[in-house]
Design a protein around this ligand. Sequence first.
Ligand SMILES: NC(=O)C1=CN([C@@H]2O[C@H](COP(=O)(O)OP(=O)(O)OC[C@H]3O[C@@H](n4cnc5c(N)ncnc54)[C@H](O)[C@@H]3O)[C@@H](O)[C@H]2O)[C@@H](O)CC1
Ligand SMILES: Nc1ncnc2c1ncn2[C@@H]1O[C@H](COP(=O)(O)OP(=O)(O)O)[C@@H](O)[C@H]1O
Ligand SMILES: [K+]
Length: 525
Amino acid sequence: MYLPLPTPQEMAAWDKRSMDDFDLRPELLMENASREAFSQIKHRFADLAGRSALLFAGPGNNGGDAFALARHLWISGVKVMTLHSKRLKEYDGASGYHLSVLRKLEVPYAHLSEYNFDFIRDVDIIVDGLLGTGFTGELRQDYVDWIKSINKMGEKAYVISLDIPSGIDGITGEPSPVAVRADDTVAFEEAKLGLMQPEAREYVGCLSIKKIGIPQSIKHDSPPEHYVLDVDILDRLVIPRRTMHKGEGGHVLVLGGSQALSGAAVLTCLGALRAGAGLVTLACPADLARQIRCGWPEIMTIPLGEGFDWRREMFSQLKDELPRFDSVVVGPGMGRDDDTRAFFCDYLENVHQRTLFDADALYFLAGDDSLMQRISRSSEVILTPHPGEMARFFHVSAAQINQERSRFVREFSEKYNVNLVLKGASTLISGVDRHFYISPFATSNLAVGGSGDVLAGIIGSLMAQSLSTLDAASLGVYWHGLAGKDLENTYPFRGNLAREIADILPGVLARYKGKKVGDRVFFFC
Ligand SMILES: NC(=O)C1=CN([C@@H]2O[C@H](COP(=O)(O)OP(=O)(O)OC[C@H]3O[C@@H](n4cnc5c(N)ncnc54)[C@H](O)[C@@H]3O)[C@@H](O)[C@H]2O)[C@@H](O)CC1
Ligand SMILES: Nc1ncnc2c1ncn2[C@@H]1O[C@H](COP(=O)(O)OP(=O)(O)O)[C@@H](O)[C@H]1O
Ligand SMILES: [K+]
């Protein structure tokens, strides 16, 4: 449901405790790691004998993984050349041990700085064991050159990165300044946080997570801060009882829409209905409600006041009705004028405890901290900003938010203690439990106007179906991402409508729920 995403520091602490508390020798963990990488290569090449492999071994334990892997390839009849970044005598510990075995087997090796890549004609397999979780800062120039050579040769060869593509920052996922472009990355024990960041996507290739024997109790005692959502989050949705009635599906109230932006509110309602809400009611200015009712018979409406504009006094019409709804989504297409703001302020005085704030509601909240104070520490409310909306809370640009997504989300959570969904590729969710949950999906098919309105409807619907707010957010973000990914098949060049995201929700759920994907991160190819 939630796969751990340790930072390099968290991972190093687990490694250390395995050795200190359980006497697990690093040579053993390295052997396990290399065997897992070996089985991934075997999965790609039916017959390994006679193939050629070039292994890049860096100065640390990542290099040691490459030495151990070189042995497995050699024994399988692969023509192996191992390139090491340090002088042979400088290798010690587990890496030194695996190197010594390699030398006894007389596996060919050469010092990287003395090796001329011009001699390489064709190579089948390139192993990137240059740098793993011990990589920090910017790459040294010789590493930049080696990585560029790997990428050049990789245009015609299969490239596998051990643990993480060399050059990728283990936290931010950014190439620093270049990184290996892998076909496969085999992450040892757990995927490192950087691998899930959008910046890392084009380098990681297919990601698989392979256990190397770190005791569960260690991970349990020192859990990481970040997790990635996995496909079995869909199991939170149970098959509906045949005898259920619509009231059991939950009743969502949407407060949104304005003359210029009626579509946003409709898309939210549609998202809620397609995500299984039994009933969806849209409350909006009366003339707008009349228009929407004509086109959308499935959406119930509460026409407020008269005309097309929101007014403060309209809230009195709604106030006593609020308790009959199971959740409320407020903001999509609502508009930002002063009268709308006044209505919104009145709503905040009487806020439904299961409220999702999106779009224009976020605009009002970001502009006035006293409004945020009214909902802060409400464990069941949720805010769903995109980076631009998040930026307003911090008086920075959307680009700055995207550069340090976790930091801003952490600061927001510490200040207000509410649930938050920071949208965009690799959407980040933070619950009042202070953990971070990352969506594995980066897909341009979701980057279309109205897509976020649909998401708000999905999460609102799940909140109305009695999931906890955090589960509703996690499941909603995953389901929405899955729909976007599925649309890639039909619309590889985009062009899908936001309403199509909503329309395929029940279908993708039926197709993917319960699907076993083993140790491969779903759709991370
Ligand atoms: N017990 C363990 O610690 C295990 C570690 N394993 C492997 O070991 C890796 C971590 O090993 P290490 O901690 O030795 O780290 P690395 O193998 O990533 O190497 C770290 C070394 O890289 C060099 N380096 C760091 N930043 C650099 C930069 N900007 N430019 C050039 N060189 C730089 C430094 O010499 C540093 O000592 C993991 O990613 C994994 O592949 C696995 O073998 C499993 C067990
Ligand atoms: N490249 C992408 N990969 C994954 N999800 C994306 C991507 N681009 C946009 N999204 C998702 O699409 C939705 C867009 O929401 P938003 O920006 O609020 O749009 P709108 O206001 O038009 O509805 C969000 O859920 C966001 O996470
Ligand atoms: K690597």
